[in-house]
Ligand binder design. Structure first.
Ligand SMILES: [Zn+2]
Length: 445
């Protein structure tokens, strides 16, 4: 996991924080910080409101400071997964809202470590260095996932020891064992796709929400991947397996973070393969996948044929990226006589260690796919649709694949030119994989 420490930041002057967690629920912290004189720190600021910070201003001298932080009260006031929130007998907080931040004209590396004299612990995807410090560059604080401080029972996800799950006790009306079984099943659906765990050392955090189903999820991945997912307090087990969010976020874990041309390729991969994985797991039917693609992919066409994927707004990156992934899958399979798909290329990239904690330029991944194919297939596709769009007939593509929709009924034409690709796209081969049991209460459909 050395790749997570970008060499450009390794030599930046540091601010070192020693955080003493004064009680087992992490309600109160004592923080000592000392910054390298080269950083010329005169002042520390808090990102959140300062009602919960106590310090002697004279303590700012020479880039050193000492603070008392009422983290529990701050978390209650914020109640926001983007800053801080209560988490059972613990507090969930992002590094930017946990540490008093140095005001400095230079790039700084923040190093922080914890002591728990009164009990409790930290749960984080960050890996400590040999001195026990976690590291986050000041300028990239907003890319680091949240940590959990206090009393919390985090556990390895059953079947996937590379990933840790944190759920507050009694979070939802569903028993925690059933929530765990669901996360474990989603992890298995991804392991099948990636042929390994999609990231090492990742953390999955479930947060109870007053909304229904699984209303929101996201991945932050600097120094270690954290998947944060909201789960409705009254969600039913059926709703969990019917939902797409957690499968989508898990898919993000297995590819490098690509942002130089926007988020369209990361979002396209997750959007395109999410229904595929759920179908392979037995939680969705093949008809539903084609129905979803035929009805939703037109939303991506303004980017594909017009402004280009890198200029697509929020509405265009998901389905525009998904159309690109479909085209990449089809063209790879055609070029290799059905032997190598775009998904094979993604697996190769992950096998080389490029998961979501690594940043790559978009074309590095696409060029890798052409290298795997031994032909130039994917790069020209990018040329046609990334900087700006060009003609592409989606309706004609459905006809060539031999799928059509009449009302909501899907029809298949096995005599169509590309019909032979459909089982490869949906099932990954001629045979259907065994369903992943959904804790015995999933009725299918
Ligand atoms: Zn996404």
């Amino acid at each position: 996991m050395l790749a997570m420490l970008s060499p450009a930041h390794a030599d930046d002057p540091t601010c070192d924080y020693d955080v003493t967690v004064l009680d087992s629920h992490a309600a109160k912290l004592d923080i000592s910080v000392a910054c390298d004189p080269a950083l010329e720190v005169k002042q520390f600021t808090a990102l959140g409101n300062r009602d919960h910070w106590w310090t002697d201003p004279a303590g700012y001298k020479d880039g050193k400071g000492r603070f008392t932080y009422e983290l529990g009260a701050f978390a209650q006031a914020e109640d926001d997964m983007g800053s801080a929130m209560p988490f059972g007998d613990a507090v969930l907080a992002t590094p930017g809202f946990l540490l008093p931040l140095p005001e400095t004209p230079r790039a700084a590396m923040l190093r922080f470590r914890f002591r728990f004299p009164a009990g409790g612990k930290v749960v984080t995807a960050l890996q400590p260095d040999q001195d026990g410090y976690y590291r986050v560059p000041l300028l990239r604080l907003n890319e680091a996932g949240p940590l959990i401080l206090g009393t919390i029972a985090a556990q390895a996800i059953p079947g996937d020891p590379a990933l840790t799950l944190a759920v507050p006790p009694g979070a939802t009306e569903i028993a925690n064992e059933q929530l765990t079984a669901w996360v474990s099943a989603v992890a298995e659906s991804n392991r099948r796709f990636w042929a390994r765990s999609p990231t090492e050392g990742g953390l999955v955090v479930l947060i109870p929400s007053p909304r229904t189903g699984v209303p929101f999820g996201r991945v932050l991945s600097l120094g270690g991947a954290v998947v944060t997912v909201l789960v409705g307090k009254q969600a039913t087990p059926q709703e969990l397996y019917d939902d797409w969010v957690l499968v989508h976020e898990f898919l993000h874990l297995g590819s490098p973070l690509m942002r130089d041309t926007g988020a369209w390729l990361n979002e396209g991969i997750a959007t395109f393969y999410e229904p595929v994985l759920r179908t392979r797991a037995g939680w969705k039917s093949e008809d539903e996948v084609w129905r979803e693609w035929i009805s939703q992919m037109p939303r991506g066409m303004p980017a594909i044929t017009g402004i280009g994927l890198e200029n697509a707004g929020r509405g265009g990156i998901y389905w525009g990226g998904a159309v690109f992934a479909l085209m990449a899958e089809i063209e790879s399979l055609r070029a290799s006589g059905g032997k190598i798909g775009f998904s094979d290329c993604l697996r190769t990239v992950l096998a080389d260690g490029a998961d979501v904690t690594v940043k790559w330029p978009t074309m590095k991944l696409l060029d890798r796919c052409d290298a795997l194919l031994g032909k130039t297939v994917i790069a020209p596709l990018a040329k046609q649709h990334v900087e700006k769009g060009s003609a592409m007939d989606l309706d004609q593509l459905w006809r060539r694949l031999g799928v059509s929709m009449e009302g909501s009924v899907v029809h298949y034409d096995d005599g169509a030119e590309l019909a032979w690709l459909r089982p490869l796209i949906i099932w990954g081969g001629a045979t259907h994989p065994a369903p992943i049991p959904a804790s015995g209460f999933f009725s299918g459909g």
